[in-house]
Ligand binder design. Structure first.
Ligand code: CAA
Length: 398
């Protein structure tokens, strides 16, 4: 059993890995970053060096600290260099064939007591664990983008994870200055299972011509105070990553809410992946964003735009609150866990359970019924909400 984790390896220095490495190095771990070839390795190294230089320029890190951090970091293209690591974190592309090769190597190379962690957001941790000879020592450490900033890490345990592995992982996450939330191995875990269908719904609203991309983003930032509108956030995370999450949610739950919007699938097929490819819903290639056409079926025509009418923000948010109630009703997560996950993983000013309680169960169920009557909500009201409404209770925590 590994008593203390000091030497950490990270395989994959892409969008997520390149943010995760900085956290480990800054928290005092001896750290080895592994990439597939020299070019990718160089990108990872440059990313870390630039980020540290920025922190020094902002006065958030001294030059001595910067030197000490860089002194603890090694970059390599050989997984064999992880032979004495206590913990390896994998952040490679979300394909089982790639994970299979990485975990076969990690299992062979690292000492038998070492912990193997995956940052997967769309594959089953249990299936990944089963690829190794030490399934009890495999765990999910699910970080959020941008990894240096978002404070949540979901700690995903499977039915065979050894209790001390979970405790050790929790200590590591705390040492990184992050907040751990323990979750079971279910599609999307807590945060993505709630966030991603809401993002996908925003795509469907856009695709149906109910609003422009700017109107959708502004509705959410101004009405709900979320730090980013859904389409801007999708461009940050990567449309391919989000489509993968939608597809596993669909496989596991088979509800209309989890069917990927056709436009999302087409954009991914066309290589419009967001910031990382230079274009997603917006253009990041330096060209001006092309002017948006007017919506072809503005929401106001369907539901009116006077006082008391359904707003664009309600259309996007109220089904999101319903998803949270469903998850809590399923017993997968508590209202507190849902709220911590959404505040610290996605920067929401308040958690979804808190927002739901503020609006009230009656208001939420009535709005869902109005949306359904307008053909804008095709899923069911969460059984927990229906039950609370019947009991005359207006909050989840009542
Ligand atoms: N990398 C490193 N640091 C970054 C960064 C990045 N990509 N983006 C922003 N920052 C830092 C800035 O440098 C700044 O740091 P200082 O305070 O030290 O100056 C700080 O974050 C705040 O940045 P800004 O003032 O530029 O911008 P902001 O206040 O608007 O915050 C944000 C930016 C933190 C990204 C915020 O918009 C936010 O919280 N957005 C929501 C992000 C989110 O939902 N993430 C989860 C996505 S889902 C996921 O990742 C899981 C999955 O599996 C798909």
């Amino acid at each position: 059993m590994v008593e203390e984790i000091n030497k950490v390896g990270l395989v994959g220095l892409g969008t997520m890995g390149a943010g995760i490495d900085e956290g480990f190095a800054r928290a005092g771990f001896t750290f080895t970053g592994v990439e597939i070839d020299d070019a990718a390795l160089e990108r990872g190294r440059t990313h870390l060096e630039k980020s540290l230089a920025k922190a020094v320029a902002k006065g958030k890190l001294t030059e001595d600290e910067q030197r000490a951090i860089l002194g603890r970091v090694t970059f390599t293209t050989s997984r064999d260099d992880l032979a004495d690591a206590h913990l390896a974190v994998e952040a490679v592309p979300e394909r089982l064939d790639i994970k299979r090769s990485v975990f076969a190597d990690l299992d062979r190379i690292l000492p038998p007591a070492a912990i193997l962690a995956t940052n997967t957001s769309s594959l089953s941790v249990t299936e990944i664990a089963a690829l190794t000879s030490r399934p009890g020592k495999v765990i999910g450490l699910h970080f959020f983008n941008p990894a240096p900033v978002m404070r949540l890490v979901e700690i995903v345990t499977t039915v065979v994870t050894e209790p001390h592995v979970r405790e050790t992982a929790t200590q590591v996450v705390t040492r990184l200055g992050k907040t751990p939330v323990a979750v079971g191995d279910r599609a999307g875990f807590v945060a993505n299972a709630l966030l991603v269908p809401y993002l996908n719904h925003a795509v469907a609203v856009y695709e149906q011509g109910l609003a422009t991309r700017e109107q959708i983003d502004a509705a959410i930032t101004s009405a709900a105070g979320f730090p980013m509108g859904p389409l801007t956030l999708m461009d940050l995370v990567g449309l391919d990553v989000l489509l993968d999450v939608m597809d596993v949610l669909w496989d596991e739950f088979r509800r209309p809410r989890y069917a990927a919007a056709p436009l999302l699938r087409r954009m991914v097929a066309a290589g419009l992946l967001g910031r990382k490819s230079g274009r997603g819903f917006y253009d990041y290639s330096g060209a001006d964003n092309p002017a948006e056409p007017e919506p072809t079926a503005p929401l106001a025509q369907l539901v009116g735009d006077g006082p008391g009418q359904i707003s664009l923000a309600d259309l996007l948010l109220v089904p999101h609150l319903n998803d949270a109630a469903r998850m809590i009703g399923d017993g997968y997560a508590t209202a507190d866990d849902v709220d911590t996950a959404m505040r610290l993983g996605c920067g929401y000013p308040k958690g979804l359970a808190a927002m739901l309680d503020e609006r009230g169960v009656k208001n939420v169920t009535e709005t869902l019924a109005e949306l359904a009557a307008a053909g804008l909500f095709t899923d069911d009201t969460a059984p927990l909400l229906t039950m609370l409404a019947k009991q005359g209770k207006d909050t989840l925590r009542s």
